[in-house]
Ligand binder design. Structure first.
Ligand SMILES: Cc1ncc(COP(=O)(O)O)c(C=O)c1O
Length: 383
């Protein structure tokens, strides 16, 4: 009889597999949110996040999602009539356009061909031509799988004196983005990707320039997103503004501890290695990618379907092989699958995912040699 595991391994680009130690940290009686031991855990979590963000500014971790973090960044530093430059590499870059439009912010957009990134020289030219208050860039756009050159763009933001917002939802905790060093004023992120926590948190790193701008703005029309209401609680979690998701913060506490225990340079290096290994394995099967290899993200891969392989059949067969991968989004639906390789996963989980891809393609009559993908990935992992 064929054995079946009850749950598939979740290899979509978020939520990512949740480590048992994180689940265990959350699996306790819910503390009061201003109860001493919880307050200490909240404080420690925020201090750890500050280290990860690399900022002398502030951090915020409250109930919400990545999209709420994006909206919070926009409404706390921009007001009606301000000019914003959006550098978009896909669906999530475009989300900033939609958010800004709701608030009457004037938006200019730079885009690239799907799978490519806008060249820093093009951004520099645009910044020189317009009187922009801020610039948004998605560190890794999860729809196309490209990784933007944040360090170089941060340099440009400084030169042109614009506030630099980075969407780190698919990057923070997996890819380097030291805020103060790289000239990033705000990082917006969440918990269900590289931190490996169940979804439900809005996380922000806010640098000194962004805090100054918020002061300049006075009262804003948004309530829940207003940093001025939240930051006193982040500085002193014995205070109350709105009840935090207590058990998720307990999970984040453990997740942040895991990131710091691994060591930031080691964790970043591991993600670059995993990205390389996964793509080497897939390429050895003859598969091709949407993202150009010189800007392919360490956190996920966007894999084009070969002729004759349909999205529905591929993903359903992968699931029968116990691995969940994601389809394409927007105009890329049906053309590719997206496989995550971020967070608290092990080499064995990369390899088992590749094994499932091999078995799935074989079942769908795609010509390949079983084991070729795994061998290529292992060769990269063994260096
Ligand atoms: C790069 C990026 N930005 C923003 C978001 C939105 O985050 P959320 O779904 O938590 O609102 C996502 C979600 O996948 C994302 O990948």
């Amino acid at each position: 009889m064929k054995m079946r595991r009850r749950d598939p391994l979740v290899m979509i680009p978020g939520p990512t597999p949740v480590d048992p130690s994180i689940l265990k940290a959350m699996d306790v009686v819910t503390y009061g949110h201003t109860y001493g031991p919880f307050v200490e855990i909240y404080r420690e979590t925020l201090a750890g996040l500050k280290e990860i963000f690399g900022t002398k500014g502030e951090v915020l971790a409250v109930g919400g999602s990545g999209t709420l973090a994006m909206e919070a960044a926009v409404v706390n530093i921009l007001s009606r009539g301000d000019r914003l430059l959006v550098v978009s590499h896909g669906v999530f870059g475009n989300r900033f356009i939609d958010i800004a439009a709701r608030y009457g912010i004037e938006v200019d957009v730079l885009t690239a061909e799907p799978g490519e990134v806008v060249a820093p020289a093009v951004i520099a030219e645009k910044l020189a031509s317009g009187n922009y208050r801020a610039l948004t860039v998605t560190h890794v756009d999860t729809s196309t799988g490209v990784c933007a050159p944040i360090r170089e763009i941060g340099q440009l933001a400084r030169e042109h004196d614009v506030l630099f917002i980075v969407d780190g939802v698919c990057a923070t905790g997996a890819i380097e983005e030291p805020m103060d060093e790289w000239g990033i004023d705000i990082v917006v992120t969440t918990c269900q990707k590289a931190f490996g926590i169940p979804p439900g948190l809005t996380i922000l790193g806010i640098g000194p320039k962004a805090l100054d701008r918020r002061q300049e703005m006075g009262v804003i029309s948004n309530y829940y997103c207003d940093w001025d209401l939240w930051l006193p609680i982040m500085r002193d979690p014995t205070k109350y503004f709105s009840t935090p998701p207590v058990n998720l913060i307990l999970g984040l506490h453990q997740g942040v501890k895991m990131v710091l225990a691994e060591g930031l340079p080691q964790r970043f290096a591991r993600h670059w290695l995993y990205g390389k290994a996964m793509r080497a394995g897939l390429a050895a099967l003859g598969l091709e990618f949407l993202a150009d290899q010189d800007c392919a993200a360490p956190t996920l891969s966007t894999v084009l379907y070969p002729q004759g392989i349909s999205d529905d059949k591929f993903r359903a067969t992968m699931l029968r092989n116990h691995i969940l991968v994601a389809g394409g989004v927007g105009s890329l639906a049906g053309k590719l699958f997206r496989v995550g390789h971020m967070g608290n996963i092990a080499e064995s989980e990369l390899l088992v995912t590749l094994a499932a891809v091999e078995l799935t393609l074989k079942e769908l009559k795609y010509p390949l040699t079983l084991g070729a993908g795994i061998a290529a990935a292992e060769a990269v992992l063994r260096g």
